[in-house]
Design a protein around this ligand. Sequence first.
Ligand code: BEZ
Length: 211
Amino acid sequence: MAIRLGDTAPDFEAPTTEGTLRFHEWLGNKWGILFSHPKDFTPVCTTELGEVARLKPEFDKRNTKVIALSVDSVADHEKWSADIEETQGVRPNYPLIADPERRVATLYDMIHPNADNTLTVRSVFIIGPDKKVKLTLTYPASAGRNFAEILRVLDSLQLTANHSVATPVNWKDGEDVIVVPSLSDAQAREKFPKGFRTVKPYLRITPQPNK
Ligand code: BEZ
């Protein structure tokens, strides 16, 4: 069954390049990003996994753990990691789940038979510390993801989880944000001491509160 925003991320136990882990226990109280890619030893995936390794300090800064999945074995993941290091200059520094029996892929609906019968699509699940799914993305095998966008939306999710704001189109960390419509002007004045600008009664802009 499809996993929807607000659902509890299904728990599982699986072998990975960092040993067998139980997903919820491994997440602890951190944010998590679970992402799948179609197959080991493929070109687009090679660039993606290198990029995630390069960005690891950015995920750490955001209290977020990353974990990848493909329907190959730990032995293949290990061999491919050496290729990733050789070609991308950085070795995956996060676990790669081995899922040759497609147990986790099926649990997370990562196989879309009308796209490919056996391989996982490029899924992304962002999971909050409450283990609820906060964001899902699905890309086809032919398009590598933009992990700068994934960091950007993670910033938005973490900000809006703690403040009564939403983020406008193309927002980036540090830019002005939108006061949520459910707050009255009086409540907004109390919550946002820096004030807000009313463009329309439903469109009120305020500086990012945690800056
Ligand atoms: C790739 O990662 O390069 C890839 C994987 C499966 C199909 C096409 C491309």
